[in-house]
Write a protein that binds this ligand. Structure first.
Ligand SMILES: Nc1ncnc2c1ncn2[C@@H]1O[C@H](COP(=O)(O)OP(=O)(O)OP(=O)(O)O)[C@@H](O)[C@H]1O
Ligand SMILES: [Mg+2]
Length: 277
């Protein structure tokens, strides 16, 4: 058996992505292991723990909900419409007040931080909708992603263009003119411009064809290989769980099932209720 974790449990069979002899498009930070090792002891790299809360003064949407991802791993949240998947992502990013629970990144409790301060802590979030500036060019979108940085961003931009070559070709075009799949690449690229430690994606493959979806998932695996943790909500539950180290099924704001992606895919109850049999 290969000692490369990306060849086994993730279900990705595209060895051009998983072959370690091929260099990655993204610089591998030597201070990050790239292995599926928790940050400190058994603690996950990022955890939204026992989260309870809702919007403004409204009723609670999340009920004791826990979602986590280890360093360099892919965690996937699935569940029916309205289950609270986006709300869980927004809670972790600091966009709603939690009545209970906490958010911890790399051992640091960030529950009280604003979204902007969470970006400074290494968090990047691509929301489900309105995740690009349509009237700006592709390159301006990437520049906007780096607004918190004071250092030279050209190296990171080059890495994004190597990860998504079509964006280089279209860098002077208004992002709103691009196809759905290309727009999602802009959104992911913009998030990568902050050099995040964890990349949070809310339905990155919404509205794209199955081929484009596979391509995007391969690029996401490639990002994870560089040591960046991925926390992703997906409607394409089967395909997403196939590349997930860990999967969460949320229902009505609560954790219903949590296991490896592989185990969830094999679970008859999960299959029947959430994966269409
Ligand atoms: N901004 C908001 N203000 C008030 N309630 C909201 C807001 N956004 C979502 N909700 C409510 O929170 C609940 C969970 O919605 P959420 O968007 O988190 O679900 P989801 O699992 O992401 O669904 P989908 O699969 O449709 O994206 C729903 O009842 C929704 O109506
Ligand atoms: Mg949603």
């Amino acid at each position: 058996m290969s000692d490369n974790p990306y060849r086994d449990a993730r279900g990705n069979k595209d060895f051009s992505v998983t072959d370690p002899s091929k260099t990655s498009h993204l610089d591998i930070d030597p201070t990050r292991s790239g292995q599926a090792v928790p940050a400190d002891g058994d603690a996950p790299f990022l955890i939204g723990e026992n989260m309870t809360g809702g919007y403004g003064r409204g009723a609670d949407i999340l009920h004791d909900c826990t979602v986590a991802v280890n360093r360099g791993e892919i965690a996937v949240i699935v569940g029916p419409n309205g289950a609270g998947k986006s709300t869980a992502m927004k809670a972790i990013f600091g966009m709603l007040n939690l009545r209970k629970g906490r958010v911890v990144i790399d051992g640091r409790d960030i529950t009280a931080l604003s979204p902007q301060d969470r970006v400074a802590q290494g968090m990047a979030f691509v929301p489900q909708t309105n995740n690009i500036f349509t009237s700006m060019t592709v390159e301006e979108n990437l520049e906007m992603g780096a607004f918190l940085r004071r250092d030279d961003i050209s190296g990171t931009m080059e890495q994004v263009y190597e990860l998504f070559p079509i964006l280089r070709d279209k860098r002077r075009q208004a992002a709103g003119e691009l196809s759905g799949g290309q727009r999602q690449q802009v959104a992911v690229g913009r998030a990568l411009m902050t050099q995040p430690k964890v990349l949070m994606l809310d339905e990155p493959t919404a509205g794209v064809s199955p081929i484009v979806m596979d391509e995007l998932f391969d690029r996401i695996i490639e990002v994870a290989r560089t040591g960046i943790s991925i926390l992703m909500v997906e409607q394409n539950a089967r395909q997403a769980l196939a590349i997930a180290d860990r999967g969460y099924v949320l229902v009505q704001g609560r954790n219903r099932y949590t296991d490896t992606g592989e185990a969830l895919l094999a679970d008859p109850e999960v299959r029947k209720s959430f994966l269409g049999g």
